[in-house]
Design a protein around this ligand. Structure first.
Ligand code: 5GP
Length: 193
């Protein structure tokens, strides 16, 4: 998605060898116009997949996921990292190792929001090592729901996330694909949409 690539070039900051900081439009401050355009793009790609729910993970997956859900006119449910005392119902859980925070989170979704009747589009902000994606796919599978695909805002091609997802038979659609960081600059590979 050209608009997203331009924004990454303009506002993204490369940290070290493998991290991109995009806190001015995606992971901290959120640009709603860009999110709406991305949501629309995901919706176009998956319009015939019979999606009944968009699933994501807090915190930075929520913004793109809610705009995808809005464009598809289906609910969005996000996996929570800490158990709230109001979550007294049965939960489906999975362990997710966080690439940026270097901690393992037990993430969960309430059983009442994900069932075998659902067809799910999983959406997240980044695809790096595939840990968040794997944890979310595990939860969707445990619920007995069907997985339509994984919608990613920014994929880092030089990390093994996509391979892991595709080995599970999951279709991956990334709006921006980063081939590499060269001298602090982003080099793009061809995006999926
Ligand atoms: P994975 O589980 O695929 O290794 O990483 C996915 C998660 O790590 C994403 O949900 C995202 O929050 C975070 N992440 C991975 N790489 C980056 C990065 O380069 N920049 C930022 N801001 N977050 C990242």
């Amino acid at each position: 998605m050209k608009e997203l690539e331009e924004r990454i070039k303009q506002d993204g900051r490369v940290l070290g060898e493998e991290v991109l900081k995009v806190d001015s439009f995606l992971t901290h401050q959120v640009d709603p116009d860009l999110m709406a355009a991305m949501g629309q793009r995901f919706a176009e790609v998956f319009k015939d997949a019979g999606i009944t729910k968009v699933v994501s993970i807090e915190a930075s997956g929520i913004a793109p996921a809610v705009f995808a859900a809005y464009a598809l006119h289906v609910p969005m449910v996000f996996a929570r990292k800490s158990k709230s005392i109001t979550m007294d119902e049965e939960l489906i859980t999975s362990d997710v190792f966080s690439f940026t925070k270097q901690v393992t989170n037990h993430v969960s979704i309430s059983k009442k929001f994900l069932t075998s009747a659902d067809t799910v589009l999983v959406v997240d902000d980044f695809l790096a090592n595939g840990q968040a994606g794997s944890g979310l796919l595990d939860i969707v599978e445990k619920a007995g729901a069907k997985i339509a695909g994984l919608g990613i805002v920014i994929e880092k091609v030089f990390q093994p996330g996509r391979k892991l997802m595709e080995e599970r038979g999951t279709k991956v659609v990334s709006l921006a694909r980063i081939a590499d960081f060269v001298d602090g600059k982003v080099e793009f590979a061809e995006a999926d949409a």
